[in-house]
Design a protein around this ligand. Structure first.
Ligand code: TYD
Length: 201
């Protein structure tokens, strides 16, 4: 029988987490696995509130952190845990590392310890993959996407902020032994690397 497995893709805005979550899901489904794809902010009412908070830079970073933790707790308990109990492979487009890295980059008053503490009711992923590229390139990709969809740019989508976020992702990867994949390459190449890593594990 298939064993449950929890995979998370992380990275700065425009690093391709959404695209690669979908492609990895398709790949694993084709191999015959039961796969559940999900994302954060989630589709819950707190996730919807978060989507609004992402457009409002007057909201205190502490409130952002608490909302993301509340959304994640609901998401984990109501959806992720249930799917894992049913032996699905769950793949999430962003999860806990986004909170640790983004919210601690917003303010010196928001510590990693505190973020871990308010997120202590959720389970940890089996695999965390960090997609890495320079913010100059990721924001260029984001801009093209916004032009075609007509969506508004969010408050974290600036080069200076994303430079801090990128550095923190890379430091966390070293500390926690997460794999870092260069996302500057063509989509197929990046996806191949992700698949090879997941197959190995
Ligand atoms: P979204 O529009 O889903 O971004 P993308 O498609 O680029 O991944 O918005 C998610 C934004 O929220 C993104 O800037 C990362 C940020 N974020 C946090 O700051 N903390 C978190 O815990 C999570 C999950 C996301």
């Amino acid at each position: 029988m298939q064993k449950a497995f929890f995979i998370v893709l992380e990275g700065i805005d425009g690093s391709g987490t959404t695209t690669h979550t979908k492609l990895l899901g398709e790949f694993l489904k084709k191999k015959g696995f039961k796969v559940h794809l999900t994302r954060e902010p989630s589709s819950s009412m707190i996730g919807k509130l978060l989507k609004e908070a992402l457009l409002d830079d007057t909201i205190p970073p502490e409130t952002d952190a608490l909302l993301f933790a509340a959304d994640r707790t609901l998401h984990y308990k109501m959806e992720i845990k249930k799917k894992l109990d049913e032996s699905f492979i769950v793949i999430s487009d962003r999860y806990l590392e986004s909170s640790i890295v983004y919210q601690s980059s917003q303010s010196n008053d928001v510590s990693v310890d505190w973020i871990e503490d308010i997120n202590k009711f959720v389970g940890y992923p089996d695999i965390t993959i960090i997609l890495d590229l320079p913010p100059e390139i990721s924001l260029e990709r984001k801009r093209a996407h916004l032009e075609t969809t007509g969506e508004n740019s969010e408050k974290f989508e600036t080069i200076e902020f994303l430079k801090r976020v990128r550095k923190k992702f890379l430091n966390r990867a070293k500390k926690k032994n997460y794999i870092v994949i260069n996302s500057e390459e063509k989509i197929d190449r990046v996806q191949e690397e992700i698949q090879n890593y997941v197959k190995k594990i």
